[in-house]
Design a protein. Structure first.
Length: 308
């Protein structure tokens, strides 16, 4: 969290931008981030992705109430979080033109509801699309439980660096996510995004002012603050848990998607879910008021039972 807050404090700092060096980024040693969190943080994350809206609903209670508390698997995205690291001058990235393109998580074992974790953060792929077209950069974060050194989750994020094309690339290949089925979805789940949702979600560590300040949003070309993409990702995870996992977090094994349009606090989210095989789920999220797809190419793998 401290890294992210410091990044916000540097928003107004003038500087001459250096040029991004893909080879240097790919060869950086892993950045080690240690993060201690409490049961309160676990409940706050769940509230930040919309859990607990119905005061009489019991499905969300294990994620927002201290008795028999469980962690939502997607909380992995905020653990040992490096903040908006692309803003750091040493990397030479044109951070004002960075977009969050794709997100994926592998959930290796249930997240502890409190404790200390270690993140090992690195850049493992850069795809150069050309000087006028930008570049794709994939960062990977391995999250370990410091108590027993278990690997808890592998978090991958693809960023679209619109201002950093034409400089080369390297690393492992990026495999495109499959399209969702063309048929009618098997299930639909509707969520309402509260007007203060981004203000709650940011307390889990992402303090980018774009999601809180109308002035910062206007400076970035938006009419009003946006919901964090990873908050929408958390809503997607909750939908898959409810529709395909019996709301059991142990059964969710992977969750990946592509971000295609911004979500605003106050929007409705229509989550379309397809059961493609016993353990394969496809999903897409639409804002029905605008008939706009905001998450596409969604893919999840689930365990058929808790022992799978």
């Amino acid at each position: 969290m401290a890294d992210s807050k410091a990044a916000v404090d540097r928003l107004a700092e003038p500087r001459v931008r250096s040029v991004m060096d893909p080879e240097s980024l790919l060869n950086l040693p892993p950045r080690i981030i240690r993060h201690s969190y409490t049961r309160r943080d676990t409940m706050l994350y769940a509230l930040g992705v919309g859990a607990g809206r119905d005061p009489m609903g019991e499905a969300d209670l294990p994620y927002v109430f201290e008795d028999n508390l469980r962690a939502l698997p997607t909380m992995a995205v905020v653990l040992a979080y490096p903040g908006f690291w692309q803003m750091e001058p040493r990397y030479g990235i044109d951070w004002r033109r960075v977009l969050h393109a794709e997100q994926s998580c592998e959930f290796h074992t249930p997240l502890p509801v409190e404790g200390t974790v270690r993140g090992e953060f690195s850049v493992d792929a850069i795809v150069d699309k050309g000087a006028e077209k930008g570049a794709l950069l994939r960062a990977r974060r391995l999250i370990y439980d410091e108590a027993d050194q278990r690997l808890l989750a592998t978090v991958r994020q693809i960023s679209f660096l619109r201002g950093d094309g034409g400089r080369g690339g390297g690393g492992t290949a990026l495999i495109p996510l499959p399209a969702v089925p063309g048929r009618t979805p098997d299930k639909r789940i509707m969520f309402e995004v509260r007007h203060e949702q981004a203000l709650v979600y940011r307390l889990s560590g992402d303090y980018n002012p774009l999601h809180a300040s109308p002035a910062a949003a206007r400076d970035a070309g938006f009419a009003k603050p946006l919901l964090h993409g990873l908050c929408t990702y958390g809503f997607a995870g909750r939908a898959v848990l409810a529709a395909a996992c019996g709301n059991d977090p142990v059964r969710l094994k992977t969750l990946e998607c592509r971000f295609t349009a911004p979500v605003h606090p106050g929007d409705n989210l229509d989550v379309l879910i397809w059961q493609e095989a016993a353990q394969d789920i496809a999903f897409q999220i639409i804002v029905p008021e605008r008939q706009e797809v905001v998450i596409d190419n969604g893919k999840a793998q689930i365990a058929s039972c808790v022992n799978a």
